[in-house]
Design a protein around this ligand. Structure first.
Ligand SMILES: Cc1cc2nc3c(=O)[nH]c(=O)nc-3n(C[C@H](O)[C@H](O)[C@H](O)COP(=O)(O)O)c2cc1C
Length: 281
């Protein structure tokens, strides 16, 4: 991958199928998997996707093949891509997460999805989950948090104390779209996770708050569509940046953004932002 860039460009979990689009995955500095749960999940009934004015709603519901099939079938295929792998781990209690962590080796990092808005099951506390995973693995652990928490910086401090090596910010926020003809919710589940450009100011505020609170490395995400969005996240404290919804409409976004970030005129702004001199000095 490009060595001139100061940061790693990743995909956001659930927004890229690396096995059907390997060339897109190879344009990234790391591929983040869809969240894996211990048992297979079919996810929610369709429709599971809706467009809104400045973003997208999804209620996929953590559809995935389950841990066993992921480890036996998917992971070996992903390794062949030659891209560093980040495994997104989900579950419904601390033991679910910890058991998956214990089964993983030779991957770049583990991202603990502590924040999916599209499932009904309540999870144990974020700190409890991180502590259990810390005992289960020496791999780098990134805690993915929701901006919906009234005091996300407090959660960030708690997961840092429990042993998280980094934070992934932000997951989607709950939203709803109405079909103007039927006046019924578009999504079968009614509510879904809102992503895309509408999320960017929320992502910036969350990264800013959590970086200030913990100084942990942060993968910033939420509404990134261009190089300036990356610079803005870095200025707020992100060390790395992930691309999500943009990949559905523009699979070339990683290449475009990388080129723009390394172009002469943005370079200076980016270097300043990276040193956090823009906002955090
Ligand atoms: C279709 C879709 C599926 C997603 N699936 C997951 C998932 O499995 N695990 C997870 O942690 N986040 C998931 N997300 C959230 C993204 O990883 C990301 O946090 C969010 O979309 C914000 O980034 P964006 O605005 O660039 O899309 C999903 C998002 C979308 C749009």
């Amino acid at each position: 991958m490009s060595k001139d860039l100061f940061l790693r460009l990743l995909n956001a979990s659930g927004c890229l199928d690396a096995l059907t689009a390997p060339e897109v995955a190879r344009g990234l500095d790391g591929f983040v998997t869809k969240t894996i749960t211990p048992l297979p999940r079919e996810g929610n009934a369709p429709p599971r996707i809706a467009e809104t004015a400045h973003g997208m709603l999804n209620a996929i519901g953590l559809a995935n093949p389950g841990r066993e099939r992921f480890l036996a079938d998917t992971l070996p295929q992903l390794r062949e891509l030659g891209v560093p792998l980040w495994i997104s781990v989900g579950g419904f209690c601390a033991a679910d997460y910890a058991e998956t962590c214990a089964a993983l080796e030779d991957v770049e990092a583990v991202e603990l999805n502590l924040s999916c808005p599209n499932v009904d099951e309540a999870a144990d506390s974020a700190a409890e989950i991180v502590a259990a995973c810390r005992r289960a693995t020496a791999l780098p652990l990134y805690a993915k948090l929701s901006a919906a928490h009234p005091d996300v910086a407090e959660v960030a401090r708690a997961v840092a104390a429990a042993g998280a090596d980094g934070l992934s910010l932000v997951n989607t926020l709950r939203g709803l779209a109405i079909d103007p003809r039927t006046l019924q919710p578009v999504l079968a589940r009614a509510q879904g996770g809102l992503s895309g450009p509408t999320l960017k100011p929320v992502a910036l505020a969350t990264v800013f708050a959590c970086y200030s609170a913990t100084k942990l490395p942060i993968v910033g995400m939420g509404g990134v569509t261009c190089a300036q969005d990356v610079v803005d996240l870095v200025a707020c404290g992100a060390q790395d940046v992930a691309l999500g919804t943009v990949l559905f409409s523009d699979p070339d976004a990683p290449v475009r953004i990388r080129t723009d970030l390394t172009s002469a005129d943005l370079d200076e702004v980016f270097a300043a932002a990276y040193k956090k001199s823009a906002v955090l000095a």
